[in-house]
Ligand binder design. Sequence first.
Ligand SMILES: NC(=O)c1ccc[n+]([C@@H]2O[C@H](COP(=O)([O-])OP(=O)(O)OC[C@H]3O[C@@H](n4cnc5c(N)ncnc54)[C@H](O)[C@@H]3O)[C@@H](O)[C@H]2O)c1
Ligand SMILES: [Zn+2]
Length: 272
Amino acid sequence: MFDLKTDRKSLLINLGGGVIGDMGGFCASTYMRGIPFIQVPTTLLSQVDASIGGKLGIDFYGLKNSIGLFHDPMAVLADPAFLKTLPPKELRSGFAEVIKHGLIRDLDLWKTITNVSDWSGQDWREIVYQSLVIKQKVVEQDPFENSIRKILNFGHTIGHAIEGVMIDIERPILHGEAVAAGMIAESFLSHRLGQLKAGELETITNYLISVYGFLPLKDLEFDKLLRKMSHDKKNRGTSINFSFLDSIGTASINHTASHEQIKESLDYYTHL
Ligand SMILES: NC(=O)c1ccc[n+]([C@@H]2O[C@H](COP(=O)([O-])OP(=O)(O)OC[C@H]3O[C@@H](n4cnc5c(N)ncnc54)[C@H](O)[C@@H]3O)[C@@H](O)[C@H]2O)c1
Ligand SMILES: [Zn+2]
């Protein structure tokens, strides 16, 4: 940007997935104490999740999003036409966030997506829009994640740990694949320790497995997973923080589970 003689009146347009959006947004927000930027997200994940909510982070010192800030773009322009060239694996990964949005906030969205049996030729316009509006409404209520914004972490406490351990053992998987497994385990905890009914747990599990299949989590060392969960920056003190589903379409925040119960939730997954 210096080489291009970008000045304070310049506008940065971030055309790409979540990596470009986060990195470009971070650069724009810090360059000369901040120049305006526009997000043009081109992956499903960035359209329904990363481009909304003002979080801009980069990984540093081996820690995810360890440097960053909150800053909103001037605009987000999400065009589902970009999704036509996205590899199916990436599309499926981003779709986990759409499923999450339905589960935590919108029974209608859940019903819409679970009724689609053939995704080829799917018009994503409505689904992307419904999904990003859910995230937008949540972050507007609680921009700095002091309370309700935490429901967006559903599936991510365990999901992030799985994603991190898989990177460490050099068998990386996509974010959404880890979050899908995390949502199954955390739905189990929502049932075991919260209000989620057994029938809904089964419905959620069956659907997620039908889309994502099984990850070989049996081979992962539980202690390693636990260590990752304990390092999550969302925790306070030593307890591990969870958001639970109360039912399909509603969620609640600030739950905890013991190590034993977390182990049980992973056993539930591996014994399906
Ligand atoms: N700021 C936030 O709130 C937030 C939220 C979630 C995720 N993130 C961040 O987002 C990143 C992940 O984003 P992502 O899943 O978009 O990954 P990504 O940006 O790495 O994109 C995935 C791949 O798809 C390619 N690609 C992008 N658009 C394409 C298109 N239209 N057609 C074909 N290929 C295309 C990219 O080159 C890349 O190889 C992570 O770094 C994560 O930390 C940020
Ligand atoms: Zn996510």
